[in-house]
Structure formats: structure tokens, C-alpha cells
Design a binder for this molecule. Structure first.
Ligand SMILES: NC(=O)c1ccc[n+]([C@@H]2O[C@H](COP(=O)([O-])OP(=O)(O)OC[C@H]3O[C@@H](n4cnc5c(N)ncnc54)[C@H](OP(=O)(O)O)[C@@H]3O)[C@@H](O)[C@H]2O)c1
Length: 366
């Protein structure tokens, strides 16, 4: 399988040729362009290790394309990669960022799957999207329609896909069924609310309390959230009243872990499934035996990266999911989470906000 040039090492290796020949040596590739990228050469706090650098780009080969990056979000997993705590870590020196949308600006002579002007997103994690340009193999990319918003396209490949898979792959859900989730205001949580609403599935959405909570409650309700409770509310009589109106959830989605995840468990229906996909609280899930013995709860995990890798040879399946989600975006049923747009040069602001509480998603504009 051909590889994307997802680290500076790979970019340089490509520029120098496989035997490390310099660009002036016989047989070396023509150095056509350069790009500006957010590079880290060791793991640590983003402020200490991430730097903006100018990098050479290899010339476009027959099966590759050159991309102009348009927009790329800063997700919690990107920060975990920089910190060195994520399960996949690109070799050093690495370029940050896993998702984003770019425009094809040059197409290799043997490439038929993409055309000039197409909008594309990376198939796999670890692409290194925090940069102005990239050269990669065409089969490392899938096309997204250009009739959706730039921010919608930049953020469609990870969080809405995660929400979509979790709502479809674990428990058969019918209209009228209930799903409970914590971290409901996260980008994944907002996508869960909106996709569930299109399925006629009710959502119970758990958020952390905050000074402007009612603004957030209204925002999530406008997306289709049926119930919104704080973590404290999960332990109150509010829940008994709620379960007079809706069935107990067949599916729980755990973004947070720790006590918050434990509280989700206590409200699941008998035989329900709890899917853990995030660990924002950085605390383990408490698991009283009674939930396994008397309620027969199933515990599962989900990782979008692994799903994409498992389905790597079935690109039409991924393309089809992205097309379905793009259709929901076009029809106004799925909107990108409200985000803060940050010029690329002010990247530090975006990275810092992503590690702070109660912050909106930050998107770098290249
Ligand atoms: N497994 C997968 O395939 C997959 C895919 C996508 C995302 N994820 C994971 O899902 C999680 C959310 O990602 P995202 O991009 O949707 O996030 P996001 O939009 O940046 O939102 C972060 C969310 O985490 C909450 N949060 C932050 N710190 C917290 C803490 N200490 N305790 C409880 N909640 C906390 C925030 O709540 P406040 O507003 O209250 O701060 C917010 O709801 C991350 O852990 C990410 O790595 C996993």
C-alpha cells in the first residue's frame, strides 16, 4: 500500500529519494513547493514542543496529488498525540493534526480518482493536517462534496463518523428508543444528538454544569436534544420523572469515564450496552458488579481509527458513510458544532483552548 507523507521524516525521505540522495543528485526528485507546518520533535505540552516551520514538499508523482489545506480542527486526540499518550504516534519529527479539508491543486499523470479543485479529507489518522500544503498518494484521500460548508467538510471525517457508527453498529435502534450520553456538548455528542434525531431515537444528554448552562441547553435543544441533564441531575429524582415519559436507554455512549461514566451505567435498561469512546475525565470507569450480574450490561469500546483501518480495503463503504453524512449536512439536519475559527498563524490560541474546560471546537484556517 502506498503511504501518505505524514511526518516530516517521510516528507524529507521522499524529497531526498529512498537512498537519501540530495535534491541535486542524479535521480533525485524535483523540489517543487514548500509548506508551512506545525511540527513537533518530541512529546510534551503543546506550548513546549509544537513549532511553526517551513518544510520542502516532494514533486507530485504519477499516483499522488498536491493539496492546499483549507481548514483543520484541533481535536482532543491531536493534543494526546502531541503529548505522546495516543495509541498511534507518528515518527519524529511529526506534523500535528489528523483531520481537515483540502483542495486538490495538482494531480499526478496516472491519477484518475481525483480532479483539480476537488475537496478531500484523509482516510486515515496521522495525516498531519496542520500545514498549508501536502503531497500524498491519491488513495489516502476521499472526496467530500463542495456544497457543504468549509467547516462542515473540515470536521466530517472523525466526529460525525464516530457518532454514526456508534448509533448503527452496537444495538439495533428503532424510533422511540432512547440513547444516553455524557460529554453531550462535545463535537461527537452534538453529532449523536442530530443523527439520532433523524432516526427518531430520543437522546438523554449529560453535560457538566457551568455559569451559562441555559445557553448551552437551548443550543443542544435546537439541534434536537430531547433531555439535557447535568451530572448532578443524573443523581436526582429528575431521572425518575424522565423515565415515566421515555424508555430506559438501550445504548449509552461514554465520552468522559470516571464518575460520569458510572452514572450512565446506573440509568441503562436491562441488557443495554455502554460504548466507551473517550476518556476526557482521565479517570477509570467504576464498575459495580450489580450492573453486570443483575442488569446484564454489555461494555464495549469504539475507535474510529481502527474501524477505518479494518475497512481500509473497502473505501466505498467509508465514502458511502461520508456521503450520507454530507447529505445530512446539506439538508441542514447535521450542522458542524459551533466553532471558533482561528488563523493558522495564531495556532497557539487554538491548541491552548482545546485543553481548557468549556471551550468550543477551534478550527485552524490555512
Ligand atoms: N473513539 C473514537 O473513535 C473517537 C472519535 C472522536 C472523538 N473521540 C474522543 O471523544 C472525546 C470528545 O472529542 P470531541 O472532539 O468531540 O471533543 P470536543 O468537541 O473538543 O469536546 C470536549 C468535550 O469533553 C468534555 N470535557 C473536557 N474535559 C472534561 C473533563 N475533565 N471531564 C468531563 N468532561 C470533559 C467537554 O465538556 P465541557 O464543555 O464541560 O468542558 C466537552 O464536552 C475525546 O476524548 C476524543 O478523543 C473518540
Amino acid at each position: 500500500m502506498r503511504r501518505a507523507f505524514n511526518s516530516v521524516t517521510q516528507v524529507r525521505a521522499q524529497v531526498l529519494g529512498s537512498r537519501g540522495r540530495g535534491p541535486c543528485s542524479a535521480g533525485a526528485q524535483r523540489l517543487a513547493h514548500s509548506c508551512t507546518a506545525l511540527v513537533y520533535r518530541q512529546h510534551g505540552a503543546h506550548a513546549d514542543v509544537v513549532r511553526m516551520e517551513e518544510l520542502p514538499l516532494p514533486a507530485v508523482g504519477p499516483h499522488s496529488v498536491r493539496l492546499k489545506m483549507l481548514a483543520a480542527p484541533v481535536n482532543p486526540a491531536d493534543i494526546n498525540m502531541v503529548q505522546g499518550t495516543y495509541p498511534i504516534l507518528p515518527p519524529f519529527p511529526a506534523i500535528g493534526g489528523n483531520e481537515g479539508v483540502s483542495e486538490v491543486v495538482e494531480v499526478g499523470s496516472g491519477t484518475t480518482s481525483l480532479s483539480l479543485g476537488d475537496w478531500v479529507i484523509p482516510v486515515d489518522a496521522g495525516f498531519g493536517t496542520w500545514r498549508t500544503e501536502a503531497v500524498c498518494d491519491a488513495d489516502e484521500l476521499i472526496r467530500v462534496p463542495k456544497d457543504i460548508s468549509l467547516l462542515g467538510a473540515a470536521t466530517i471525517g472523525v466526529n460525525p463518523c464516530t457518532a454514526y457508527r456508534m448509533l448503527h453498529d452496537f444495538v439495533p435502534l428503532c424510533p422511540g428508543d432512547t440513547v444516553i450520553q455524557n460529554g453531550a456538548n462535545s463535537a461527537v455528542g452534538q453529532a449523536v444528538i442530530q443523527i439520532a434525531a433523524t432516526m427518531g431515537v430520543k437522546t438523554i444528554n449529560v453535560i457538566r454544569d457551568r455559569p451559562n448552562r441555559w445557553n448551552l441547553v437551548e443550543e443542544l435543544k435546537s439541534m434536537g436534544a430531547d433531555y439535557i441533564v447535568t451530572e448532578e441531575g443524573l443523581q436526582s429524582s429528575e431521572m425518575e420523572t424522565m423515565f415515566k415519559d421515555v424508555p430506559k436507554p438501550k445504548l449509552g455512549l461514554n465520552c468522559v469515564g470516571g464518575q460520569s461514566g458510572g452514572l450512565l451505567l446506573s440509568h441503562l435498561d436491562n441488557g443495554a450496552t455502554l460504548v466507551t469512546y473517550g476518556g476526557m475525565a482521565k479517570k477509570p470507569l467504576p464498575l459495580p458488579a450489580k450492573f453486570l450480574i443483575f442488569k446484564n450490561i454489555t461494555l464495549r469500546g469504539f475507535w474510529m481509527t481502527q474501524w477505518k483501518r479494518n475497512n481500509r480495503e473497502d473505501l466505498p463503504r467509508l465514502q458511502s458513510m461520508v456521503s450520507t453524512l454530507s447529505g445530512l449536512v446539506s439538508s441542514g439536519q447535521l450542522s458542524a458544532s459551533q466553532c471558533v475559527q482561528v488563523p493558522f498563524s495564531l495556532y497557539r490560541q487554538a491548541l491552548e483552548a482545546t485543553v481548557s474546560s468549556h471551550q468550543r471546537k477551534h478550527i485552524l484556517l490555512m
